[in-house]
Design a protein. Structure first.
Lengths: 214, 214
């Protein structure tokens, strides 16, 4: 049975997964990039983005798990780009350049239809306008015997959590206070009994919580 | 310079420091006792409450830090007892029996005056009706060269955080989802730049975050 997974979802100690005042210059909100310092430091992250170096550490081991056995991604439209409303044209092809780091089909949740977009390296973006369950059906078909990753952002993960569709989730809590911003949790009263946890894993830079659906 | 400290303040992964539906039978809210399993397992906690056994672990070491160099506590009224409004009489003397585990002056924030209450073992409860800064002045005087501990609950800690009065804080995040309840953080936009963190310490049962005011 293939799974629906979330990995490397990072939250400040005060519960925010993006800072306040998100805009095109601050896609993670003010101070939001502080959330991801633990990941930026890992070899896995740096390899994915064709940078040199990076630490081989417990953080790296956990970051690397996100790459194993994933056959398709589902992401929200804001993860794909800053454009809101109708697509003015087809010039925007994502934040990642010609060869995005996915290398498999990526289903983008949107209210605005657009033809699929084939990139280099095996990434193809499909734009899904009929909701999360349809996106999941299509992603499962595309992934075959591999798993489906819910890539974010927060509102996409929240929709899948609220629908009881996430099998495994990794949340990293980091020693950062953002004061305000976008929350992952809250308004999800039914999740209390749905998951069991692996033992907590802590590095200097993050505490890793791994949840599995009961 | 003496400090104002918070220790062993425990939060679920989804950000709640007490479960929903707090009442006299569930002073920590529904499922709220799950938050404190890491602390209940420590020798320090069990010694404080005159129980045998308990683990000597990194959790225990961190729990024990809360007992060092504390000369006075400040707590909210709900930490002292379940009575709301005027005191009907002086029969209620706290949740802890004749010999509470404080052994020094404890200042209880309330809107309802009441004479001080001297218990066995050095604990004396003073009831403060003129606000947190007055309580802090009195607690500092009582503590002398020792520190003042803000004992909780959440709304008391929030008031001191909002006023910029907490010097050191230890928050334990635990592998529990409560789904709903009372938050510690949120609505405190100014705290983002106020604290620096020690490296995260993780055990199987909790992730410990230690903050110091800049």
């Amino acid at each position: 049975m293939t799974k629906v997974r979330v990995h490397n979802f990072t939250m400040s100690l005060d519960g925010f997964v993006a800072g306040p005042l998100q805009d095109i210059d601050h896609p993670l909100g003010v101070r939001g990039e502080q959330l991801h310092e633990w990941a930026f430091a890992t070899r896995t992250f740096r390899d994915m983005h064709e940078m040199h170096g990076g630490e081989v550490s417990i953080d790296d081991e956990i970051a690397a798990a996100a790459r194993q056995n994933v056959g398709a991604h589902i992401i929200g439209r804001n993860m794909f780009g800053p454009i809101r409303g109708d697509w003015p044209d087809e010039a925007w092809t994502g934040w990642w350049g010609e060869d995005p780091p996915y290398h498999h089909p990526v289903f983008v949740l949107t209210h605005h239809a657009r033809p699929s977009l084939e990139m280099q390296g095996g990434t193809i973006f499909h734009f899904v306008t009929d909701g999360i369950e349809s996106a999941l059906d299509r992603a499962r078909d595309a992934a075959g015997s591999s798993d489906v990753m819910i890539g974010g952002g927060a509102s996409t993960v929240r929709q899948f959590l609220a629908a009881g569709l996430i099998d495994e989730m990794h949340v990293a809590v980091v020693p950062v206070l953002l004061g305000d911003g976008e929350r992952l949790f809250g308004g999800l009263p039914d999740i209390a009994e749905q998951y069991r946890f692996e033992p907590v894993i802590g590095s200097d830079a993050a505490a890793h919580f791994q949840l599995r659906r009961n």
